[in-house]
Each structure stands twice: as structure tokens, then as C-alpha cells.
Ligand binder design. Structure first.
Ligand SMILES: Nc1ncnc2c1ncn2[C@@H]1O[C@H](COP(=O)(O)OP(=O)(O)OP(=O)(O)O)[C@@H](O)[C@H]1O
Ligand SMILES: N[C@@H](CCO)C(=O)O
Length: 327
């Protein structure tokens, strides 16, 4: 569950008064998500016909200094027609406010549901939306380094320790060391960069049938290799729960992406390495969380081995994991 802070009705009502959105009519805590507290807010709306918003309270993990990047990015992308929620500014034109010691932001509510088992047509729409973000971010003035890129994977591995990794699975230490060495030697140096989402899992996409209603949860967004973001999305979307590959979903994802932002030859060739990096990123953060989250915590730990299997798959299959359109 993800409502870590109790906000009383009066406190919420007076917070909403700071925005030009009508008066509060209901507020419901949202169970999904683990990082922040989120509420679905309903108000009378400016014209009395009702309006919905998401209120997010930033609980942990997010550095306050980085909020202007994340929230400014949403406004920049929304203004360019990308399906991302705008932030609602308060009467003093602030994108976020402090409530006690915590920052809160009121965010546009977007319709749609997260799918558990995406179909190819949905993956095609997601690929196109991802490419749209990469193009639209080209003139976003702020930048943020990727705190979860190659050097940090090694730091996470060191933090977990050989014994820690082996306690998750006896094969994990060798896999991690072998892959880190491979990635260090083969990570592409000169591919085009963009502002990337960096965590576009199905639970961060609101689908309206086959169309994308909204891309959400931009709190890992950063400047990095554009094609790496496609590789992350590939690793997150193109496998069954049992780990088997879904080539039709992969082909549609890449086709959707290329229809909006064609990949260069170098980007295409780099996809297998980038996907090994993507699988390593999620394997390592999950391994770290696995070892550092108390077994009785409310949060469900995610299995690092899901991504160990995907990493092995990418290493074995190479280009075959990336059925490219018009080849
Ligand atoms: N703009 C939005 N419009 C509609 N629903 C939203 C919006 N933003 C968030 N939600 C809903 O709130 C839920 C939690 O949001 P989110 O995934 O951003 O949580 P979080 O705790 O911030 O992040 P994380 O998933 O990394 O823990 C989503 O699953 C979605 O149902
Ligand atoms: N989407 C990530 C969690 C946030 O980084 C995962 O599934 O491991």
C-alpha cells in the first residue's frame, strides 16, 4: 500500500484551496506504487462540473532539488502533446508546495489502466509514445544524470557482496561479475542522447484499449542514451510471467518506436548490449532491495532472478531478440 502519511479532511481541503481547481469533494488513498503517497482527488472543478487530480506526496527516494526537473519535464512534454500528466500550479504558480516537511504536487488525472499482459498493438502504441518523448525532450532545458547507469551497477553489486548475491541464487555472483566485465568493455560510447523515462514498465503506462492514455512515474527520468530507454522498455514488456520471450510484442514495440523516431544503424546494433545493461539495472536494484528490505515489510520484494533470466536470454540471442521492421 502506498499512503504513508495521513492527511485529514480539513488539511486536504485547505491544501486544495491553494489551487484554482474548485473545492475538494473527495480524496481516496491509492494503494499502488511504493515510493510516494498518492491520493485520487475530486473537486467541484472551476466551472462546477467536477474535476479529478492525483495528489502526490514525496516520501523518500526523491531529492527535493530534483523535483523541478521531474515536474518541469511533465509540463514540457505535455505542452508538446505527449501523453503525460501536466502539473497543476498553485495560485502562486508553484509546481509543488511544502506541507510540513514534505513536498506535494497536484497532477492532472489521466484515464486508462495498466495492463498485466500487453498485446502487440499496445506495445506498438507504447513504442511510439516513448519515441515521442525522446523527440519532444530535445529542447528541454534542464538535465539530470542517470544515477542508475553502469558505474552504479558495480556499486550495487559491491554493496550486495558475493555472499549476499549467492544467498539469492548460487549462480548470481558469477553472472553479475561476468556481465559487468562485458558491459564495461562493450557499452556504446557515442549514441544519441535524450531525456529518457528509464523505468517504463507496464505499471507506468495507462492504456485505453490499444492507445496510450498516459505515461506516468517519471521519477527515474534522466539524460542518457535514447535507445537504452527502448531496451529498458523491451526488457519490461516482452516476456511472459514464466520468462518466455514474446517476439510479436517485441516486434510491435520496436516498429512503433521506429515509426516515430527511426533508429540509426548504430543504435540497432547496440540494442542487444543495451538490453543486457537494462536487465542488469533491474537485476541489481532488485537484488539490493531483496537483501535490504526486511522480510516483514509491507512492500512486496521483486524477484531479481526474473531479470537474471532476461539477461541470459539477451546474451544468448543477441540480435534475434530484436526483430526489426523492414529487415
Ligand atoms: N496522472 C495520473 N493519472 C491517473 N492515475 C495516476 C496518475 N499518476 C498515478 N496514478 C495512479 O497512481 C498509482 C501510483 O502512482 P505511481 O506508480 O506514480 O506511484 P509511486 O509510488 O509514485 O511510484 P512507484 O510505482 O515507483 O512506487 C498508479 O498505479 C496509477 O494507478
Ligand atoms: N520497475 C522497477 C522498480 C522501479 O525501479 C522493477 O520492476 O524492478
Amino acid at each position: 500500500m502506498a499512503v504513508y502519511t495521513h492527511l485529514g479532511a480539513e488539511e486536504l481541503a485547505s491544501l486544495i484551496q491553494e489551487y484554482d481547481v474548485g473545492t475538494l469533494t473527495s480524496a481516496k488513498g491509492i494503494a499502488e506504487g511504493v515510493s510516494n503517497s498518492n491520493w485520487l482527488i475530486e473537486t467541484t472543478g472551476k466551472d462546477g462540473t467536477g474535476a479529478r487530480f492525483i495528489l502526490t506526496m514525496y516520501e523518500r527516494r526523491i531529492d527535493l532539488n530534483e523535483l523541478p526537473f521531474f515536474l518541469g519535464l511533465l509540463d514540457h512534454l505535455a505542452a508538446k502533446g505527449c501523453p503525460v500528466p501536466r502539473t497543476i500550479h498553485d495560485r502562486a504558480n508553484r509546481a509543488y508546495r511544502m506541507l510540513g516537511e514534505k513536498a506535494v504536487a497536484l497532477i492532472e488525472f489521466l484515464p486508462g489502466v495498466s495492463v498485466d499482459h500487453p498485446e502487440p498493438a499496445q506495445a506498438r502504441s507504447v513504442g511510439a509514445a516513448l519515441a515521442g518523448i525522446h523527440l519532444a525532450s530535445a529542447d528541454f532545458p534542464a538535465s539530470r544524470a542517470n544515477g542508475l547507469s553502469l558505474p552504479s551497477w558495480r556499486e550495487l553489486a559491491d554493496d550486495c557482496g558475493e555472499a549476499g548475491l549467492a544467498s539469492i541464487n548460487p549462480e548470481l555472483p558469477d553472472l553479475v561479475q561476468g556481465e559487468l566485465a562485458f558491459l564495461q568493455a562493450n557499452w556504446p560510447a557515442a549514441l544519441p542522447h535524450a531525456v529518457i523515462h528509464a523505468d517504463l514498465f507496464p505499471d507506468n503506462v495507462l492504456m485505453l484499449g490499444d492507445a496510450v492514455g498516459g505515461l506516468i512515474d517519471f521519477y527515474f527520468a534522466c539524460n542518457d542514451i535514447a535507445a537504452y530507454d527502448l531496451a529498458v522498455t523491451h526488457a519490461a514488456w516482452c516476456f511472459e510471467a514464466d520468462g518466455s520471450f514474446r517476439p510479436a510484442v517485441a516486434a510491435a514495440l520496436i516498429e512503433g518506436y521506429c515509426a516515430v523516431r527511426p533508429l540509426s544503424r548504430d543504435e540497432r546494433h547496440a540494442l542487444p548490449v543495451l538490453a543486457r545493461g537494462a536487465a542488469m539495472r533491474f537485476m541489481m536494484t532488485r537484488a539490493y532491495d531483496w537483501l535490504h528490505t526486511p522480510a516483514d515489510a509491507l512492500v512486496t520484494r521483486k524477484d531479481p532472478m526474473d531479470f537474471a533470466r532476461r539477461l541470459r536470454f539477451y546474451a544468448e540471442k543477441g540480435d534475434a531478440a530484436f526483430p526489426l521492421p523492414h529487415d
